[in-house]
Design a protein around this ligand. Structure first.
Ligand code: PRX
Length: 651
């Protein structure tokens, strides 16, 4: 392997190949210039990005107005996201893109659809008119609860066209979770489908919407896409079929000229309390961030076929299935179903079928494929691939090496990208032509991004010491707040260190300044690259009538990164057996979604608590992962609890 400098574990360094570097969008020289500019003046750097990657109807007057912790970017500027993702690829020198594929869609059963930029534009304009006809106005929130079908992208872009912020709820979430999110956002319109295909079965989405709406009186209109053909109940006056309303809609809809800080979307994510946070993103800064990072990091070219495997229900899908990619006029692949259905080679068959060139997925998926065996990718011609990416959790160096070898054929650079729902776009990442990579490290901050690792005292750590991952300056894609809760926004992100954004992750930097992300340090678990608060799962458990108290922790898991372990104290007189385990797991799935089902449930007559009554999660984490309890137990109220918990493990 000529691209390896040293074979010593963790010291492996991969240099960009000169062949890749020669054609790269951001050469080493450009990257270094941008890095210098970004360090000297992030505002000048980002203004350059905003001019280069975004078309504005009205230029901004001020790049940044920063009243910590509230930022406004490109103040006074006016733009439209759907215009940037669609219209500008149909006009002037880009007019040839009219018939270029914008979306290559593959359904789980094997059906497929292509939407060119012109076709997507037409559908988006029509659906924007449908929304207007339903009374949706600028600023109104629209909830989208849909499978991975083109109509989801159409609905999002239609919302942006008229300035109605969308709130997408992942189709794997339960009716309960949907209801909370609809109510919190105050959405009056919901777009859904009869169902979506997943592992050969249909997931019934409309039925979940009906259940959710029994407790969401504010919803006036529901639009339903027919996808699976499952029978659905349509409530007259409230529910309409997508195909009916689209049949009558006009395809002319001028894009609204929106303020740079106009709300673009709300996306709910887990925090340390039971209540999900509605992370708010706005227009100009977000688009600048995702469009520029897509071009620089994924090296998007006119002839690329880009595939991000994330569901659009997560932020990765918002930023890098739809907005960042289409803003660049690039072709994006969307796949509806499960990665291993009908066989373990499904993803690789899609790569081959569409000639995917840039592929972006999560470490948990890579670990699954490692386990399934090399024969599955080897059945397919993956030679179209030229760049690979990962996101969502730390990637273990061996999984990185497998990705490099088996999927990338040792020729593709790998970009391990660190970011969050709150950051809007990628912040720490290699630039593929300019940064040597090390398996397991997300490498360096993107130009214009001020990332650091702090000690508890709020000073940068010494090289190689661990600490808190922070961002010391605002950036354009940053969240603007938590929907309806400015106080929580301050407390959650800006209170640990004054005027500094604390991401909730631990990290260290090596002697070259490379970041090594160590994962969450708060009570948030990262399950298969998705965040779940321990409190949310606890609240779900305690809402069951047989449960008195519950504590939830994560333990390391080879496949999903973290597995959920629940310690449950049943109410007096409740029979503890396998049936109760099943009931509680189903209950959690019903309350939140299948992703939150505990892998283990352990019953205990008491939880370890401090004298002030706080559950000592550290001890539970040790027990859950089979470790000896280390560290201080002097504040533990009742020592015998620990011994009893360990015994419960052995039975
Ligand atoms: O812990 C970090 C982890 O995922 C968290 C953000 O989760 P979410 O908001 O759901 O967004 C996931 C996709 C952007 C972070 O706080 N994380 C994300 N990317 C990486 C990562 N951990 C290590 N390496 C990464 N590349």
């Amino acid at each position: 392997m000529p691209d390896i400098e040293t074979l010593l574990h963790e010291k492996r360094v991969f240099k960009p190949s000169s062949e890749f570097a020669k054609r790269a969008n951001w050469s080493k020289k450009t990257t270094n210039e941008y890095r210098k500019l970004g360090a000297k003046s992030p505002e000048r750097f980002w203004a350059k990005m905003a001019r280069e990657y975004v078309t504005w109807f009205t230029p901004w007057k001020q790049v940044l107005r920063w009243k910590p912790p509230f930022a406004r970017w490109f103040v006074g500027g006016k733009l439209n996201v759907s215009y940037n993702c669609l219209d500008r690829h149909l006009e002037g020198e880009n007019a040839w893109r009219r018939n270029k594929a914008a979306i290559l869609w593959e359904g789980e059963p094997g059906d497929s659809r292509t939407l060119t930029f012109a076709e997507l534009h037409r559908e988006v304009c029509k659906f924007a008119n449908v929304l207007k006809d339903l009374g949706v106005k600028k600023g109104d929130r629209v909830a989208l609860y849909m499978p991975m079908i083109p109509e989801l992208a159409i609905a999002m872009l239609a919302c942006t066209r008229i300035g109605a912020p969308h709130s997408i709820v992942f189709g794997g979430f339960s009716a309960e979770a949907l209801r909370d999110r609809i109510n919190d956002a105050g959405a009056r319109t919901v777009v859904t489908a009869d169902g979506g295909f997943r592992r050969g079965k249909s997931v019934l989405l409309k039925a979940a919407v009906d259940e959710a709406l029994t407790g969401a009186p504010g919803v006036e209109n529901v639009v339903v896409v027919r996808r699976t053909g499952d029978p659905v109940a349509m409530q007259s006056g409230r529910d309409r079929w997508w195909h009916d309303v689209m049949a009558e809609a006009s395809a002319k809809c001028p894009p609204a000229k929106l303020d740079s800080e106009h709300p673009l979307f709300i996306l709910y994510t887990s925090g340390t309390t039971g209540k999900p946070k509605g992370v708010l993103h706005t227009t100009g800064g977000y688009l600048t961030h995702v469009a520029s990072t897509s071009h620089a990091i994924f090296d998007l070219k006119e002839d690329d076929t880009f595939w991000c495997t994330a569901d659009i229900g997560w932020v990765t899908g918002h930023s890098y299935v739809v907005y960042g990619i289409l803003a660049n006029g690039a072709t994006t692949v969307m796949y509806e179903g499960a990665p291993t259905h009908p066989g373990p080679d499904r993803l690789w068959s899609i790569v081959e079928k569409y000639g995917v060139t840039v592929f972006y997925t999560a470490p948990t998926a890579i670990r699954t494929f490692v386990r399934l065996g090399d024969e599955h990718p080897k059945k397919h011609d993956l030679s179209s691939l030229r760049l690979l990416g990962t996101v969502g959790e730390p990637i273990n160096p061996e999984a990185w090496m497998w990705y490099h070898r088996v999927i990338g054929g040792r020729r593709c650079p790998i970009v391990d990208t660190w970011w969050q729902t709150e950051t809007g776009g990628i912040l720490i990442t290699p630039l593929p032509a300019a940064v040597n990579t090390k398996p397991g490290s997300a490498t360096l901050a993107f130009p214009g991004i001020a990332a650091d690792v702090y000690t508890e005292e709020g000073v940068p750590v010494r090289p190689s010491d661990g600490g808190f991952l922070v961002l010391t300056k605002p950036w354009p894609g940053m969240l603007r707040g938590i929907w309806g809760d400015p106080q929580r926004y301050r407390e959650q992100y800006w209170s640990k260190f004054e005027n500094i954004y604390f991401a909730g992750d631990g990290a260290h930097r090596d002697r070259q300044g490379y970041f090594w992300i160590m994962g969450r340090i708060d009570d948030v678990m990262n399950i298969s690259g998705h965040r779940l608060g321990t409190m949310e799962v606890e609240s779900a458990l305690v809402s069951h009538e047989d449960v008195a108290e519950a504590a939830v922790v994560g333990r390391p898991d080879d496949l999903t990164g973290t597995a959920i372990v629940a310690f449950v104290t049943p109410k007096g007189g409740i029979r503890v057996d396998g049936e109760l385990v099943g009931t509680l797991r189903d209950h959690v799935a019903h309350q939140i979604g299948a992703i939150a089902k505990p892998a283990d449930i352990r019953f205990t007559d008491a939880l370890p608590k401090t004298r002030s009554g706080k559950i000592m999660r550290r001890l539970l984490r040790d027990i859950a992962s089979g470790r000896e309890t280390v560290g201080d137990t002097t504040t533990l109220e009742d020592y015998s609890v620990l011994a009893r918990l360990r015994e419960s493990d052995e039975t």
